[in-house]
Ligand binder design. Structure first.
Ligand SMILES: COc1ccc(N2C[C@H](O)c3cc(S(N)(=O)=O)sc3S2(=O)=O)cc1
Ligand SMILES: [Zn+2]
Length: 260
């Protein structure tokens, strides 16, 4: 199984990453086998407090669209859960498919969701800069939220309405008030495991916190993601779809759950 992962990584069109990260033992994403996850009664509830005015802009970085935040202070942070320190919100972005059958990076019992939200935070208590935190085992904490096809999502719509302005790679639009907690399910249940970035540099610095409950979005909202482009203005258009990394081997890891 391991070598097929390596082959898949090497062949996957989007992530022209090295065959595998030398010594990579905690790569992401993974399949979360619900029955193999271990309930940990010592896991605390995750506390999320975001200041909507720390929102800065939306930009298309050629992999996804990112909503970036002012992370020069502790105004937007998460604490608790599996984390030993508080972590500062830096950005959030999504991964999605060309069709609704796939698109998420993590899977649950081998089931794909049509999209997955990642809220990226870094450990500013221990590390002076984000760039340093990215290189350390406890440097980042990413909250993963699955998106499933269903009802219209009011909070997401303000984001969707801005996407045409960042259709091309390296375009940016000011986006000055947004509270991303509206995109996080109120159900407190989550899985957590030690993993990595799912895009280059693929560093093994992420404590993953994957929410058990998905949020619902409608077809038009998913289609709006698929109207974005990987390509810059003037280049031959390539639709931004299937921007997810292949599943990685679990190796010697346990996924813990905050719920029984
Ligand atoms: C070394 O310099 C840098 C290192 C990393 C990054 N990032 C951009 C990445 O695309 C990326 C992908 C993440 S995911 N899909 O949640 O695993 S999180 C993340 S990032 O914001 O850390 C920027 C500069
Ligand atoms: Zn991501």
């Amino acid at each position: 199984a391991c070598c097929s992962y390596r082959l898949r990584n090497a062949l996957h069109p989007l992530w022209q990453s090295p065959l595998s990260i030398p010594g990579g033992s905690r790569q992401s994403p993974i399949n979360i086998q619900w029955r193999d996850s271990v309930y940990d009664p010592f896991l605390k509830p995750l506390k999320i407090s975001y200041d909507p005015t720390t929102c800065l802009h939306i930009w298309n970085n050629g992999y996804s669209f990112l909503v970036e935040f002012d992370d020069s202070t502790d105004r937007s942070i998460i604490v608790g859960g599996p984390l030993e320190n508080q972590y500062r919100l830096k950005q959030f972005h999504f991964h999605w498919g060309a069709i609704n059958e796939w698109g998420s990076e993590h899977t649950v019992d081998s089931k794909f969701y049509p999209a997955e939200l990642h809220l990226v935070h870094w450990n500013a208590v221990v590390y002076p800069t984000f760039e340093e935190a990215v290189m350390e085992g406890n440097g980042l904490a990413v909250i993963g939220v699955f998106l499933k096809l269903g009802a219209h999502h009011e909070g997401l719509q303000t984001l969707v309405d801005a996407l045409p302005a960042v259709k091309h790679k390296d375009t940016v639009i000011e986006f000055d008030v947004f509270d991303p907690s509206c995109l996080i399910p109120s159900c407190p249940d989550y899985w957590t495991y030690a993993g990595s970035l799912t895009t280059p540099p693929l560093t093994e610095s992420v404590t993953w916190i994957i929410k058990k409950k998905p949020i619902e979005v409608d077809e038009n909202q998913l289609e709006a993601f698929r109207m974005l482009l990987f390509t810059s203005d003037g280049e031959e258009e390539k639709r931004m779809v299937d921007n997810f990394r292949p599943l990685q081997p679990l190796m010697n890891r346990t996924v813990r759950s905050s719920f029984q």
